[in-house]
Write a protein that binds this ligand. Structure first.
Ligand code: SF4
Length: 327
């Protein structure tokens, strides 16, 4: 699928959590790829395995109780699963960086913004303190933080939510990573700031040719940024395709439900009352997945076979694949 040579190739990845309650199959046979300079959207409701997939790529899951049970994560010819923790540290933050929904996950409250961005340059680019500090100011300027010479001396709590998010993006992009894993990067921000941050990420992606894995439950963000989309449900990929195919020709009943739950502009202006569709039921517990298709208890199109048998993901054309007995 896709024309570009994959920079990241995730194959049959399984990450399970072994707890007293049982085994949670958070990522269960997930495969996808990401090309150089591409923006790939990963969507699904909370608890569908999006974040654990990203954390597995950077080996950020707590092990134990987590365990990468099988699969491979090929990054530019290196299998990240086989990498030692020490070698992984050289990749993390340097060649692959991650930004989170909550910037304080990445920012340390007791160090200034300047100290934290500088550290990335000193650690990964072997710059001296003065060079690193100058580069930090430049980086804050790039992410459009006003008065960066002043802001570098400030602590995270002195910045607004939007500014903190920019500082975290500056830190993540400081080493010019080849891949940026963005986990709900704008969810906690109000819409105006959200639009500014998305715009900024697009500009930086153009400038640095960074590939972005954009994890979100917000299909509006995906429509704006992503070239391809992976839809996840209960730890599995249920549909994958080009963004226009997913939006104009969604095939999996779960994807169709997600799209029908987006409010559309205009209906009210036309004098009608907008009917917002919601997907029936709840995301199943990963400890107690139903037999057969995971979406079966919520699916309006479920058939007898769905209750018994889990469908494989199958291509419907060169760029589109779906996991459903309807196809
Ligand atoms: Fe619905 Fe059956 Fe398709 Fe699952 S396999 S999404 S239950 S139609």
């Amino acid at each position: 699928m896709g024309g570009r040579k994959p920079l990241l190739n995730v194959k049959n990845l399984r990450t399970y959590f072994y707890t007293f309650e049982g085994v949670a199959k958070a990522v269960d046979d997930v495969s996808f790829h990401l090309g150089k300079g591409e923006i790939l959207g990963i969507v699904g409701e909370s608890g569908c395995g999006k974040s654990v997939t990203a954390q597995t790529i950077l080996k950020l899951i707590p092990m134990p109780p987590g365990k990468i049970v099988s699969g491979s994560i090929d990054f530019d010819g290196i299998d990240l699963i086989e990498l030692s923790m020490e070698d992984m540290r050289a990749v993390r933050g340097n060649r692959i960086a991650m930004i989170f929904q909550e910037p304080m996950t990445a920012l340390n409250p007791v160090f200034t913004i300047g100290d934290q961005v500088s550290e990335m340059f000193m650690l990964h680019k072997k710059m001296n303190k003065k060079e690193a500090w100058d580069h930090s100011i430049e980086m804050l300027q790039k992410v459009q933080i006003p008065a960066p010479e002043k802001r570098v001396h400030e602590y995270p709590h002195q910045l607004s939510g939007g500014m903190r998010q920019r500082a975290m993006i500056a830190m993540a992009l400081s080493c010019n990573p080849e891949i940026l894993l963005a986990d709900e990067p704008t969810t906690a921000l109000d819409v105006t700031i959200q639009a500014q941050i998305l715009d900024l990420m697009l500009k930086l992606k153009e400038e640095y040719e960074t590939a972005v894995m954009m994890i979100t439950h917000d299909l509006g963000v995906i429509a704006e940024l992503a070239e391809r989309v992976v839809v996840m449900y209960a730890g599995k990929v249920v549909e994958e395709g080009l963004t226009e195919d997913i939006f104009y020709n969604p095939m999996h009943p779960y994807t169709q439900g997600l799209l029908q739950s987006i409010p559309k502009l205009g209906n009210r202006a036309m004098g009608g009352r907008q009917q917002l569709h919601e997907i029936n039921g709840m995301v199943p517990s990963l400890f107690h997945l139903p037999q057969g298709c995971d979406f079966c208890p919520r699916c309006p199109k479920a058939m007898d076979t769905c209750k018994e048998n889990l469908p494989d993901i199958k291509p419907v054309n060169t760029n589109h694949q779906v996991r459903c007995w309807l196809y």
